[in-house]
Design a protein around this ligand. Structure first.
Ligand code: FES
Length: 65
């Protein structure tokens, strides 16, 4: 499933960036050499992928502040 049409990112791409330490949609896209463009995907990516995955990754010190 595509997470971001503007950048052609799939869920798996975003999940990999999150697994590598991205703590925000902007960070995840930057790690994938992309950026938010229209922004329509941001809320969906955050709710569906980022929040659940970050919450499940206890080993993300960059996300703990
Ligand atoms: S759909 Fe992701 S920036 Fe437009």
């Amino acid at each position: 499933m595509y997470a971001c049409i503007c950048n052609g990112l799939k869920d798996t791409d975003v999940c990999e960036a999150i697994a590598e330490g991205a703590c925000s949609v902007e960070q995840a896209y930057a790690m994938l050499d992309c950026r938010l463009m229209c922004g329509k995907c941001a809320c969906d990516v955050e709710a569906r992928l980022l929040t659940p995955l970050v919450a499940s990754h206890i080993r993300q010190p960059a996300c703990q502040a």
